[in-house]
Design a protein. Structure first.
Length: 87
């Protein structure tokens, strides 16, 4: 339990930030899942278009410091490699 006014405010802010961050991470995971599903479905055009939609979502989380830039680059690299590997 917070003992000071500033600690109470920090706790309120942390709750707000946590809710927002959970929603943003969920958006990123959904975008990655959409690309993965398209790759597994074998449709290269859909996979490419969903990859193009996923990249700005991933990059926005880096700018908001929700995920590390190396994690974002790893996701993008692996997704693009899977798309390139499609016949």
């Amino acid at each position: 339990m917070a003992n000071t006014k500033s600690a109470e405010k920090a706790a309120r802010q942390a709750d707000k930030h946590r809710v927002r961050n959970v929603a943003l991470r969920s958006r990123m995971r959904s975008a990655v899942r959409k690309v993965t599903a398209a790759v597994e479905g074998g449709n290269k055009e859909v996979a490419t278009s969903s990859y193009r939609e996923a990249v700005p979502v991933i990059d926005s989380l880096v700018n908001k410091q929700i995920i590390h830039r190396n994690k974002a680059n790893r996701h993008k690299s692996r997704l693009s490699a899977r798309i390139r590997a499609m016949a």
